[in-house]
Design a protein around this ligand. Structure first.
Ligand code: GDP
Length: 198
């Protein structure tokens, strides 16, 4: 698919306001500041499709992007989680929206989970993997900001995360990624292509 055709469709504060649950979509999740917006922008070759956050945790909306002329194939930007300054009650509410979306959304084919290669598998990353597992939902992990590590250290981090996820290896795939260097974009697009072809 041509991800450069991605265009903003709509924002939804919760599952009930999402566009009709038809066609296919792939959702991006990740801790605030992990590099999720940058990854979406790198994959779609657009500078500001997903807004990179100057205030982490500010975008608490589910953003939908249509691929191509119709709205049958979509990329979805889920709210970033884990930003420390957000009140606990708000955090819980957002975790609930995320859980609802993952559990109820029939058009969802897979989740791209973005993690900073230097801080992988945060507690909430693991919670999200647990939810995905309950739904038999495949997850593709982007270990991003790989440019921040020497290549040997980045490969070692990849191996370490892979071994920690062995119990989920049927559902989870992972790769190194860098939005800055455009490393791993083709590999990520191949994963999206497979999901969106379904
Ligand atoms: P989000 O909150 O997960 O959407 O994160 P952003 O995409 O806004 O990125 C958070 C910060 O990390 C920003 O300052 C980005 O410029 C930086 N960043 C994101 N991706 C990369 C990357 O691949 N390499 C480097 N060096 N910095 C990155």
């Amino acid at each position: 698919f041509n991800y450069q055709t991605a265009r903003f469709m709509t924002s939804a504060p919760s599952l009930v306001q999402c566009p009709p649950d038809q066609g296919v979509e792939v959702a991006f999740a990740g801790r605030s500041n992990a590099g999720k917006s940058s990854a979406i922008n790198a994959i779609t070759c657009q500078k500001a499709l997903a807004r990179t956050s100057r205030t982490p945790g500010r975008t608490q909306l589910i953003n939908f992007f249509a691929l191509g002329a119709d709205e049958a194939r979509r990329l979805v930007d889920l709210p970033g989680y884990g930003y420390a300054k957000v009140p606990e009650a708000v955090k819980r509410e957002w975790q609930q929206h995320l859980a609802d979306y993952l559990q109820a959304r029939r058009s969802l084919q897979g989740v791209v989970l973005v993690m900073d290669v230097r801080h992988p598998l945060t507690e909430f990353d693991q919670t999200l993997l647990g939810w995905a597992d309950e739904q038999d939902m495949p997850v593709h992990i982007l270990l991003t900001k790989a440019d921040k590590l020497k290549s040997g250290a980045a490969r070692a981090a990849l191996q370490q995360v892979r071994s920690r996820l062995r119990e989920w290896e049927d559902l989870v795939s992972l790769q190194l990624f860098s939005s800055l260097k455009r490393q791993g974009v083709d590999e990520a697009c191949a994963r999206l292509d497979a999901w969106l072809a379904e």
